[in-house]
Design a protein around this ligand. Structure first.
Ligand code: CP
Ligand code: NVA
Length: 307
């Protein structure tokens, strides 16, 4: 049966580890895997803007022997003149995989339900699972393992990155602490899912409105924009509400001495993170951005093998 990757736990913890290890191997030997030799075509659809996702999928598909077909929503019938189901039926006959950055998770589910080729979520309102493969790969490269480490996420905790950090990090055997103002904490269903994975590894999930409590003893400190794509109308209000949830040197100092900083980017210096932290010696953000390429290649290889 065709496997899809619409959210972090569409892989098992064991498969997640397998994909991350393959990503590390592909980083060392870039053209080792050629599932799209031909070249076969992979569709990459964008309903939202992107730099890293666009470049890393295009380069990654080419590295795997294939041809990326990048489609921007403004020039595509999907969502306006044609249903998701009909689009899936057209694409599945011509492309090897479908990568889609969109708004509602439901659209991805509909695409997957109608597609005999793998569908990959390259960011939705609810999840950013490809980013987490790259982040966990970065953590593994730096610390040698993910198990037993603590990750703290501070900022908007009711967004795609917070959800994916919670579930994917717990699946990788990490403790996760998330801090946001009341009203911006993650949904209980996401917290419960993360807790069920954390329990398997004897780790903890902490949800708190106190950022210092979340960051205390953390090995990895992460944040994301306070204004995700689609939330622009709330920008002014959010900047005020999140003012105490900025990853500054003062907050970062509460983490472990060897702690590292992650951010999916794009970053807004002076808002969710200070320039000192993101441009400082313990920031791994450029390695993290590069790892999108290697992690997604590993994911596409995995899905090509499991059809
Ligand atoms: N982190 C990330 O997904 O970046 P882009 O929005 O630039 O693709
Ligand atoms: N939470 C951000 C992530 C950008 C990569 C957004 O959805 O805009």
């Amino acid at each position: 049966m065709t496997r899809h990757f619409l959210k972090d736990d569409d892989l098992t913890p064991k498969e997640q580890a397998e994909v991350i290890d393959l990503a590390i191997a592909l980083k060392a030997d870039r053209f080792r895997e050629r599932p799209f030799e031909g070249p076969k075509t992979v569709a990459v659809i964008f309903d939202k803007t992107s730099t890293r996702t666009r470049v890393s999928f295009a380069v990654g598909i080419a590295d795997l022997g294939g041809m990326p077909l990048i489609i921007d929503s403004g020039v595509f019938q999907l969502g306006k003149k044609e249903s998701v189901a009909d689009t899936a039926k057209v694409l599945e006959r011509q492309v090897e995989q479908i990568i889609w950055r969109t708004y509602a998770q439901q659209g991805l589910e509909e695409m997957a339900a109608n597609s005999s080729v793998p569908v990959i979520n390259s960011l939705s309102d609810d999840w950013h699972p490809c980013q987490l493969l790259a982040d966990l790969m970065t953590v593994k490269e730096h610390f040698g393992a993910t198990q037993g480490l603590k990750l703290a996420y501070v900022g908007d905790a009711n967004n795609n990155m917070a959800n994916s950090y919670l579930v994917a990090s717990a699946m990788a055997g990490m403790s996760v602490a998330v801090s946001a103002p009341e009203g911006f904490l993650p949904k209980q269903s996401v917290v419960d899912l993360a807790k069920s994975y954390a329990k398997q590894f004897g780790q903890e999930v902490l949800i708190t409105s106190d950022p210092s409590e979340a960051v205390a003893g953390a090995d990895v400190v992460a944040t994301d924009t306070w204004v995700s794509m689609g939330m622009e109308a709330e920008a002014e209000q959010r900047v005020k509400l999140f003012a105490d949830y900025s990853v500054t040197e003062e907050l970062f100092a509460k983490a472990n001495q060897g702690a590292v900083f992650l951010h999916c980017l794009p970053a807004y210096r002076g808002y969710e993170v200070s320039a000192e932290v993101i441009d400082g010696p313990r920031s791994l953000v450029w390695q993290e951005a590069e790892n999108r390429l290697h992690a997604q290649k590993a994911l596409m290889v995995f899905l090509a093998k499991h059809r």
